[in-house]
Design a protein around this ligand. Structure first.
Ligand code: HEM
Length: 390
């Protein structure tokens, strides 16, 4: 195992065995040797990210109002020393009005950055990347075990319209933007670890810059595609009893039977709702990052979750922590979507004979339609018959 991989595995195991939330509180420290100031033990505990009681520093901010201020001997600092002022900055006790203006100006130092960074560089990349590789491997195995799903008895040769031009436009807007977002998002998340060693920092810098620009701007096309497809297809994706039958028959994937379905079968409804719900969540967390500090949503969400499930999630978050949660959640949801979409792309292209035409030309073979969506094609044909007879 090379040393980088070994490092990643150790980091992952360390995070699993000793997650920050479970870190123990350090025992009370004797600070008499430093006259009450921090000791080497305090510094070491902080470096190990142990939860420590820092009130001996956070509450030791000088006393400008004392009866005997030491201003005379210390000049303009009054009852405060340099150390007091730096501690005030460290614990965000300094008057915000003297800092630079901005939505997060009341916090100068925020210390949840390191756990966020470690999570992003460690488990997020290894589990997320691992999930993508795993689904691709499973699909390759599936292809060799099951083979391409063919039209039994071959195509009929006549077609029926499955999706109108506007529906195909909505689908490809959503699909094209999602694929571009996935690629540019993966470059942003994993480029430092995987691309810099291969192409070097000079080449990676413009690539990262360009990816970020594209990612931020293509997001709007994705949201538009999401709204369009939701409006056009939601009526066909309402769960029904038929879906249960379809699922019990495993979609006929291994039995080679064809359970009944209307316009969308249960498998497609699962994809639809996965895309809509995760798409909404990825959009909201993305907007929260696109407008930094303007759309904090995690403290409020945690509050709701706590009141429903009795959990103990933090409900007071620094503006920066809000951004860190948005960033991690955005990536987790994006990975879940990518896993689902890779499977969707497989079945909509190489996995099933005749499926791609639905989104390619909009016309599908009548026999394909009868086998996969019998009730839908019957409805279309009876409408056509009624149209012809009137
Ligand atoms: C190259 C990539 C893609 C291909 C070849 C593809 C193909 C297809 C096809 C053929 C259908 C219609 C299936 C039918 O006739 O019943 C479909 C439907 C759909 N696609 Fe895609 N698609 C792709 C990418 C995407 C992406 C990236 C998304 C979303 C992020 C997406 C979301 C949907 C949804 C929600 C539906 C309706 C539900 C369903 O049929 O599962 N597609 N796609």
């Amino acid at each position: 195992m090379n040393s980088k991989l070994l490092g990643a595995v150790i980091l992952l195991l360390t995070t699993l065995i000793c997650p920050p939330a479970l870190a123990q509180e350090s025992a009370s420290v004797d600070r008499s040797s430093t006259g009450g100031a921090q000791t080497l033990e305090d510094i070491m505990a902080r470096q190990e990210q142990l939860k420590i009681d820092e009130s001996f520093r956070s509450e030791n901010l000088g006393n400008p109002d004392s009866a005997a201020p030491i201003s005379e001997s210390l000049g303009t600092l009054g009852g405060r020393s340099d150390a007091d002022i730096w501690r005030s900055i460290r614990y965000n006790k300094i008057d915000p009005s003297i800092q630079s203006p901005g939505p997060a100006n009341s916090v100068l130092i925020q210390d949840a950055g390191m756990p966020w960074y470690k999570l992003r560089e460690g488990p997020l990349i290894s589990y997320g990347g691992g999930a993508l590789l795993a689904v691709i491997a499973l699909l390759i195995i599936f292809y060799f075990v099951r083979g391409k799903i063919m039209i039994d008895g071959g195509p009929a040769g006549t077609t029926v319209e499955r999706f109108k031009a506007i529906e195909r436009f909505g689908h490809w807007l959503l699909a094209g933007s999602f694929i571009a977002l996935a690629i540019t998002g993966l470059i942003t998340l994993m480029g430092r670890s995987f691309l810099i060693p291969v192409i070097g920092k000079e080449a990676f810098a413009p690539l990262a810059n360009g990816s970020k620009w594209l990612h931020n701007n293509i997001a709007w096309a994705f949201m538009l595609g999401l709204v369009m497809t939701f409006c056009m297809w939601v009526v066909h994706n309402i769960p029904s009893k038929l879906d249960w039958q379809w699922l019990k028959a495993g979609g006929g994937i291994f039995t080679k039977s064809h359970p009944s379905a209307r316009k969308f079968n249960a498998g497609q409804k699962i994809i639809f709702w996965t895309v809509m719900l995760l798409g909404l969540s990825v959009s909201l967390s993305g907007l929260s990052m696109l407008f930094p500090f303007e759309m904090p949503m995690f403290a409020k969400t945690f509050n709701v979750i706590n009141s429903i499930f009795g959990t103990d999630l933090p409900t007071v978050l620094a503006p920066h922590e809000e951004m860190q949660y948005a960033n991690i959640w955005h990536s987790i949801v994006a990975f879940a979507m990518m896993v689902a979409i890779i499977a969707h792309i497989y079945i909509g292209s190489v996995g099933m004979e005749g499926a791609f035409d639905a989104m390619g030309t909009g016309q599908v073979d009548r026999e394909w339609a009868r086998q996969h969506h019998d009730l839908w094609v019957a409805e279309v044909e009876s409408k056509q018959d009624r149209g012809n007879s009137s």
